[in-house]
Write a protein of this length. Sequence first.
Length: 345
Amino acid sequence: MPKPETLLMVLMQHFPQAVAISFMFSTIVVEYDEVDEDAWGERVGSLPCSFANLALELTYSNGLLANTEWKRLIAPKLANLKTFVSDDSDYVSATGSFNAGAMICSDQEGAVSAGVLVEKGSEQRLTIACHCWDREFDERLNHLGDPNRFRVLQANSRVGYVTERIDETDVELAKLDDTVAFSNRFLDIETAAKVLIPFTGVQIGDKFFIDSFVTGRQRLLCAGVRVLGCKRGQDFRGDRRENPPDGKYIIMHQGIYATNDPMITTAPQLRASICGSVLVRLQRAGEGSLCLEDGEVCGIMHWADLAMKYSTSSKFFCFADPMDPLISNAWRCVPVPEKRPHSSS
């Protein structure tokens, strides 16, 4: 899998009008807001001859790769969750604690899945999905970090508040209230979050689990990487006019994950509210043994209610933000006590 820096260089030098570029399996997809076939053909014809020697298919997306990024669906409301099976239990009210993957929401009732608890020095924070608090970002950005604003709820119980956003990703950090406990042990995956893995440690073909209140345990397969330039669309918050000027790019990349892994025997069950849940590596590509017990957290789910514009053999894709920004800022997983073995009577 190419490095994000390599794809960004291709985007900058050869497709400067594109919004993003993706590498999926053996295909490079150049994403435009809008481009016609003649303009695309002219651009391809002007590429260096070295492109012709690549054993890769080169194509384009007329519009962003995922429909939901340019025409976002209405954010899911808690009331709508009653139309399908989901675990909307108020664990905090019942037990005083909750786990990775549990339902969390904002005062605007947008629901996402809880991430993992990370620490830096004496500070601990819960990773959450930014877009659940979009309205407050628009109206009260100056109040970010105020305990009385950007409230985080677990079902009907307040558990904390948003303190900061991680760079330009969809990842935020929330400080939990002193009266609330959180465990990095998953409810439906037999492991706990133990270590954050940089994107360079992920390969195409790696297998993962996510654990979300709307899906339970779901298997995913790493399909590639996506890099966004300064002309990016609305998959990251912010006015494009506030982005760096032409010629000044920042590396924004996401992992691309598929739900049609041959090992999956049931229909994909990805839903919008899995955003915020983390990817836990199940098996490394090319290895026969499983690595689930290692507790490797390799990404945080971004968008999942996708309808692909580009026809591929894998019809269900989703994107995940890498853990790199957290790692570079010295955050690490909060350790979880090992389970005690059951004693025989």
